[in-house]
Design a protein around this ligand. Structure first.
Ligand SMILES: [Zn+2]
Length: 334
């Protein structure tokens, strides 16, 4: 029998409060999150939460604290819960695992994971690759998992697939519960990943325009959608003729990325296709900050979560919608 069943109980409350205070105000001067006035004075603290600093704004004559309007505001859980959950998320734990380790309800953990993932995606919105870029695509099974918005099970319009969906031959499609994921990797190994509806010429052209700066060199396989691309210096290897590399021309980095993406997605034991862009976007964030350890990654997410504008967008899931500029997929998400 363990003395403490959860790790967060070993966290020092004052250290957590100081950490969050530093993280929130280190890049920006102390100001009111409501009226942005800098004319603020210290205003004691809360009797039930002594470490959380409170301030008085002389502009709008209201009080605020270190957490006002952030992702962590009005949470009944301690900061240690949040810090630990973010850390575990960066270690690619599932929301159920995080619920068990942190000691919160599964639904709380699911909501937090969604918000924190969206916050991380805020770093990836404007990423565009330059230099030599390799591209490849993957079809991943993702159906209508989870609950309906109004509660209760989702109506599927078909009989349940008892022992998972089998992989069908040929190209996948969003409507066939097998959307495509495109990967763009440059030789410095910055990555852009997109969950897309299908793999037609027009979709791939849009995806390329978003992910890669025009005029750059693009190496792909011989799929016809890539061959129709305009605006890039394009070369391809022909896998059907067992050609995998021709001098400098290959797409092994993109294929390697999928060998990392697949075990990451497998952790979640089946995905809902409306959540797929969020998961894929978070994986893109993790890959692009892979030189940092998991706690440094968690700190990046927490720093963004303490920004009121990012936090409000993350709660509404707006970054995920920005990530998928494909009109058709967006309608499906809404
Ligand atoms: Zn104010």
């Amino acid at each position: 029998m363990s003395v403490f069943s959860h790790l967060h109980q070993l966290f020092n409350v004052d250290t957590c409060d100081m950490y969050i205070h530093t993280l929130r105000w280190q890049d920006r001067p102390l100001h009111c999150p409501r009226c942005h006035s800098h004319d603020v004075d210290p205003w004691g603290s809360y009797h039930y939460r002594p470490g959380l600093k409170r301030y008085w704004c002389n502009g709008c004559r209201r009080t605020f604290n270190d957490l006002t309007n952030t992702l962590l505001s009005q949470s009944r859980r301690s900061l240690a819960h949040w810090i630990l959950a973010t850390f575990l998320l960066c270690l690619t734990c599932s929301s159920r695992r995080i619920a068990r380790e942190v000691g919160v309800h599964v639904r709380t953990s699911y909501r937090w994971c969604g918000w924190l993932r969206n916050t991380a995606i805020s770093y990836e919105i404007d990423r565009q690759l330059e230099g030599t870029v390799e591209a490849d695509e993957l079809y991943h099974i993702a159906g209508n998992k989870g609950q309906a918005k109004q509660g209760g099970p989702k109506s599927l319009g078909r009989r349940p697939r008892c022992r998972r969906k089998r992989c069908e031959p040929g190209r996948g499609h969003y409507d066939k519960d097998r959307p495509a994921i495109t990967a763009w990797v440059n030789r410095q190994e910055s990555v852009v990943l997109q969950a897309v509806r299908d793999f037609t010429v027009s979709t791939v052209q849009k995806a390329a325009d978003l992910a890669v700066q025009a005029g750059n060199r693009l190496y792909t396989d011989s799929a016809s959608s890539y061959r129709a691309l305009k605006g890039y210096v394009h070369e391809f290897v022909n896998h059907t003729q067992k050609e995998y590399a021709r001098g400098d021309v290959h797409e092994n980095r993109a294929e390697c990325l999928f060998s990392l993406l697949k075990p990451y997605l497998r952790v979640f034991r089946g995905l809902s296709k409306c959540n797929l862009p969020g998961y894929v976007g978070f994986f893109q964030f993790l890959r692009n900050v892979r030189h940092q350890n998991a706690f440094e990654q968690a700190e990046l997410i927490l720093r963004a979560a303490l920004d009121p504008t990012i936090a409000s967008k993350a709660r509404r899931g707006e970054f995920v919608k920005c990530l998928d500029h494909f009109d058709l997929l967006q309608i499906a998400i809404n």
